[in-house]
Every structure is written in C-alpha cells, then in structure tokens.
Unconditional design. Structure first.
Length: 373
C-alpha cells in the first residue's frame, strides 16, 4: 500500500463548500457574495459589507437603517470589561492578547453563550462587532494613561473608532482609506484564523470560543500580524536612499529572510486587493506627507517582483497607511480583528448549517510499539 500523501499546511486541500467569498481567477478579483471587494470599498461603507457577509445581500435602505440602529445601540461595553483591560495593562501584553481576553470575558458573562441558533449567533456577532472598536480604543487609552472616550451614536463605525481612539474624527480622505481597509480585511475564505474558528465551532462549542481562537491565530506574523511587521521593517529601512541596499542584502544573505508583506498562499500572481488599497495609501500619503513610505515601498515591491517573482499582499500598503493615520503599531492587528470579526462569524454560522467535526489524520513517524521499562 502506498503511503498517504501529506498536505502540509493543508495547501491545496478543499475542505468544504463556502458561498461567502471567492477569488475569481480570470479577473484575479476577490469577491464577497459575488461583489468585487474594490467596488464594495468604493461604493459602500463598512457597515454595508458587514451586513452583506451576514445576510448574503447588501441591505435595502430600511434594512440598513435597522442594522445601523442595532449596531449603534450596542456600542457601550459592560463597565467590568474596563477592569479586565486595566488588569492586562500591568503586564507587557500585546494589545491582541487584550482583545482576545476581552472576547473571552464577554463570552463568560453571556448567559446565552450556549445558544448556537442562527438568530442567537447573529445577535452575538453584531454585539461583538459593535464592542470591538471600544475594546481596542479603551486598551490604547488605558495604556497611555488617557481618559476613556464614550462612543457616539451619530457616527459611522470607522468615524466612531477614530473618535474613541484619538478624540476626533480626521479628514475624509483618512476615514475613506481606513474604511476601505476594513472592507478589504473583512473576509478571505479558509485562511488560518477562519479555519481555526470553523474548527472550534465544529465541536459545537460556542461563538466566543471560536472567535477567541481565531484572534490567537490572526496574531501571528505570517497572518494578521504581518501588518505590524511591515511597519517595523519600513522603520528599520527608514529612507528611500537605503531601501535598495536593504532589500538586496536581505535577498542575498546566507539565511533565508522573509520579507514581510510579500507572498500569499492563495494568490500567486499578486493579491487582488493590493492595487486598490495602494491607491488609497498613496492618496493618504499626499495628505499626510508620507511620500517616503511610498518610495520605499516602490523599491521593495519592484525588486521582490523582478528578482523573486513574489508580490506584495494587503498588509504591505495597510501597515504604513495605519502608521500615517497615527495608530500605534501594536494596534494594527487589533484593527484587523475589528474587520475580520465579520468574516469569522459569517463562517461560524455557515459551518453550523452543515456541520461535521474537524478531525484530520496524522501519519505516525514515532517509535515502534515498545514495553514500558
Ligand atoms: N519573503 C521571502 N521569500 C518568500 C516570501 C517572503 N515574504 N514568501 C514566500 N517566500 C518564498 C519561500 O521562502 C519559498 O521559497 P522556497 O521555495 O525557496 O522555499 C517560496 O517563496 C514559496 O513560498 P511558500 O513557503 O510556499 O509560501 P506559503 O504559501 O507557504 O506562505 C506566506 C505564504 C504568506 C506564509 C509567506 O509568503 C510569508 O511568510 N509571507 C510573509 C508574511 C506575510 O506577509 N504574511 C501575510 C500573508 S497575507
């Protein structure tokens, strides 16, 4: 009998059907329920995209009004959550650890945690979506010793986050760029964190456990943590004059060096979201005087594409965009969570519709059976 084939990293394995998103190869376009993400980013606000991911259709004006009202009504988190965040501050925890702990805490407080009906899980999804900007902003302000800022229910999701984080809403170009990044980050099939969420819910656990696990997966630099790693790399390079030497050295070194913000398991000819996000990033750089990041990125991306045939991924333009907006670098991945919560929860509900426990096999390569001495 021939040995079974091992699919390391599950590369190339189709695990299940999903109707939520697809990259159409002929146009190299990521779509949510058939809509190209770049068109969603251009024509919709992020709230519409969240609704689409949960319902499969964009909202009518009445549905939109009801959804926005429901989200805004849930922006206030239980006050005990701030104590949890303050406790975490005593350590050198990464903000992703705080976000993960906060979601776990909310799950432990929800008497209805075990109700996995679609109605209950949709309600919980909207609540987590509404709470997350406050969690991220509160952790930031507590770390800095700043007063917390209450949410405003007259502001859109992105604007309200800026308000709670900085105390003001910036220029429209900045909000546009941020809102577009949330749309681009919202969903991407069976990526590592979404697969983690689906695996956890497949045991009929609960939505909080699944989201907590997904956050842990997203934190890693090969996944969501790459947006932070990109900015650390750009700061290390520091100036366009040093960029060519830096990338040449990195590629010619004895040890293989990963260039953060490049490569993707799914896209081999370039991440379809990058040209669109790059346009927002360039517009932002003009407003914020960040042309040097644009120049450095051009040098890195030209060299990586020409020398290695490896293209930038979404984290490449997003990292410096968030930096120019003024966010602290360790907050970049928590912002990703504020967006991907929509995709994760849509997948959790889809998994429950036709569930099968995840249970792959491993091919044993340990010692033969032996006697305990
Ligand atoms: N920098 C340098 N080399 C890279 C690279 C990068 N960012 N991404 C891939 N490669 C190289 C690999 O070393 C490998 O080389 P080899 O064939 O000589 O061993 C080759 O390209 C193929 O890559 P592979 O490991 O098969 O890709 P993968 O599908 O397993 O990994 C990522 C995909 C995303 C994990 C990988 O590209 C990576 O680590 N990127 C940097 C982190 C990042 O930006 N993550 C965000 C993803 S959205």
């Amino acid at each position: 009998m021939s040995a079974p084939e091992i699919a390391k990293g599950l590369a190339g394995v189709y695990l299940d059907y999903s109707r939520i998103s697809k990259v159409f190869e002929d146009t190299n376009t990521l779509t949510y329920y058939g809509y190209p993400v770049q068109d969603l980013a251009e024509k919709c606000r992020f709230e519409d995209v969240a609704y689409l991911l949960w319902h499969g259709e964009l909202p009518t004006s009445e549905q939109r009004a009801a959804f926005i009202a429901e989200e805004r009504a849930q922006r206030t988190v239980p006050p005990a959550l701030f104590d949890v965040i303050r406790q975490c501050r005593a350590t050198s925890s990464h903000p992703m650890d705080v976000v993960r702990t906060a979601i776990s805490f909310l799950g432990a407080r929800d008497e209805n945690w075990g109700d996995n009906s679609p109605e209950a899980n949709l309600k919980k999804s909207i609540r987590l979506f509404a709470h997350l900007p406050m969690i991220v902003a509160a952790d930031h302000r507590i770390r800095k010793g700043l007063e917390l800022i209450a949410p405003r229910d007259d502001l859109d999701y992105a604007d309200n986050f800026f308000h709670m984080y900085f105390g003001k809403v910036p220029e429209p170009e900045v909000v546009r760029c941020f809102d577009a990044s949330l749309t681009f980050y919202a969903e991407h099939g069976f990526n590592a964190s979404t697969f983690t969420a689906r695996t956890i819910i497949s045991s009929l656990s609960d939505i909080y456990s699944a989201v907590t696990g997904a956050i842990g997966s997203l934190k890693g630099p090969l996944h969501g943590g790459a947006n932070e790693a990109v900015m650390h790399m750009l700061l290390e390079i520091d100036s366009p004059e040093k960029a060519q030497q830096w990338i040449d050295d990195a590629l010619s070194g004895k040890e293989k060096k990963l260039i953060m913000g490049f490569g993707h398991r799914v896209y081999r000819n370039g991440d379809s979201r990058v040209p669109h996000m790059t346009r927002y990033f360039h517009d932002l750089a003009k407003v914020k005087g960040g042309e040097k990041w644009v120049e450095i990125e051009n040098i890195l991306s030209t060299t990586m594409t020409e020398k290695k045939g490896i293209h930038p991924n979404l984290d490449f333009p997003v990292g410096p965009a968030y930096y120019m907006m003024g966010f602290d670098i360790p907050v970049f991945t928590p912002i990703f969570v504020m967006s991907r919560i929509t995709g994760w929860t849509a997948h959790i509900m889809e998994q429950l519709e036709a569930n099968k426990l995840m249970r792959p096999l491993s091919l044993y390569n340990g010692p033969d059976q032996r006697i305990v001495p």
